[in-house]
Design a protein around this ligand. Structure first.
Ligand SMILES: *Cc1c(COP(=O)(O)O)cnc(C)c1O
Length: 395
């Protein structure tokens, strides 16, 4: 009988996560209650940031970041193409133009030299992605942002638990966005968070997640006509959304956060085992490079495969589709991260982008494959992946 396929990623939810959620379900608060602030404070503390704002997805986190940064029509936001579409979409939500800057070939992280080349008078922000869980080149990107007066936004959805030098991801950019989708390091079902040291930006994002409404009388602009204490009164001061994260989700997130170190340690151990096992497959198969100055969080374990080379050696054509299919027959699931965002029909049609814009990313797209990586993988699962990869890719 064929065993169940090992997916490329999945959540780990245990009995105390379930108890934490059940407690909220029996309490007075289902949506915005005490768990939201507790989760925000715990995550801010964990990443060494002053403020954290919980929202209901990583996409909402990126959108709130763009709003807080004052990004609007006529503005340009620099973003790498090797990422999930949301990293660029957030600029479009605000009417701005995402400008794609190419990545570095060894890591597929945003290349600071390419960023510098793409800056114009209209550039307002950089959205840098900690692809696969490897922190981007924060020192170079911060230097560019500072020199040019740009806001640095980290799409850190892959990198909760990672560090750059000694500083945790989440404390390195002006605004740092996280996702708690089930494949990420910790989950709330759906959910997201932005961390920042800037009180003003944090306040703008808090307003944004609830329709631009404030109930804080010290911030009312129409106090004169409402002098007497009127408890019904609130002001909608900007256009926001309902991006709130519920107490149910936050209870799960808080419970999961307590296990983050263990989850990340397990991911690193799996990566170390893969690294060792795949060394002999080079150059047909090479894991992405890891800089010595970072602590990788391994949201993904990405390998670059020279598919034409496999074909030559085996004498039979081995396309990526064939490799994916062969691995699947050994019970190993894979995924491709990512189709370069500028090649999607929406970006071609709306902005006139297309092949040739980011040659490094486009070449990498032909080679990348994400292998199973999640903390609940058993030792036997890891060995099964290694054996399957050796059989399919090796000689
Ligand atoms: C997951 C992810 C997002 C979006 O997060 P959602 O919670 O799914 O909205 C954005 N950027 C990157 C790089 C991601 O991996």
């Amino acid at each position: 009988m064929r065993r169940k396929t090992i997916p490329y990623g999945r959540q780990s939810v245990d009995a105390d996560d379930i108890r934490a959620v059940a407690r909220v379900l029996k309490s007075d608060w289902l949506t915005t209650g005490p768990m939201v602030m507790r989760f925000e404070r715990a995550l801010a503390k964990k990443v060494g940031a002053k403020y954290a704002v919980a929202v209901n997805s990583g996409t909402a986190a990126l959108h709130a970041a763009m709003f807080a940064a004052g990004i609007g029509p006529g503005d340009e936001v620099i973003v790498p193409p090797i990422t999930f579409a949301a990293s660029a979409n957030c600029a479009v939500f605000q009417g701005a133009v995402p400008v794609f800057a190419d990545v570095e070939p060894a890591t597929l992280l945003l290349d600071p030299k390419q960023v510098a080349r793409k800056i114009t008078k209209r550039t307002r922000a950089i959205v840098a992605v900690d692809y696969a869980g490897h922190p981007c080149n924060y020192s170079a990107l911060r230097a560019i942002a500072k020199k040019q007066g740009l806001l640095l936004v980290a799409d850190a959805c892959h990198a909760l638990g990672a560090a750059y030098g000694k500083k945790p991801v989440g404390s390195l950019a002006d605004l740092n966005c996280f996702s708690f989708h089930p494949v990420k390091h910790i989950t709330t079902g759906e959910g997201g968070m932005i961390t920042t040291d800037n009180a003003k930006l944090a306040q703008r994002m808090r307003d944004f997640r609830t329709h631009g409404i404030t109930r804080d009388s010290s911030r009312f602009s129409q106090v004169s006509s409402f002098q007497f204490p009127v408890s019904h009164y609130y002001e909608m001061q900007s256009l926001g959304y309902n991006y709130r994260l519920s107490d149910i989700n936050c209870a799960l997130g808080l419970s999961q956060l307590g296990k983050l170190d263990r989850f990340v340690a397990r991911r690193r151990a799996i990566a170390a085992e893969y690294d060792g096992a795949f060394r002999s497959l080079s150059p047909a198969l090479c894991p992405l490079a890891v800089s010595a100055s970072v602590r990788h969080a391994y949201h993904l374990y990405v390998v670059q495969v020279d598919f034409p080379r496999l074909a030559r050696r085996g004498g039979i054509g081995k396309s990526r589709a064939e490799v994916v299919q062969a691995l699947r027959e050994f019970g190993v699931g894979t995924q491709v991260h990512y189709i370069p965002v500028h090649l999607h029909p929406f970006y071609r049609e709306r902005f006139g982008y297309g092949p040739g814009l980011c040659p490094v990313a486009e070449a990498a797209y032909e080679r990348v494959l994400s292998l199973p990586m999640f903390p609940a993988m058993k030792s036997g699962d890891v060995k099964r992946v290694i054996a399957a990869v050796r059989k399919v890719v090796g000689t």
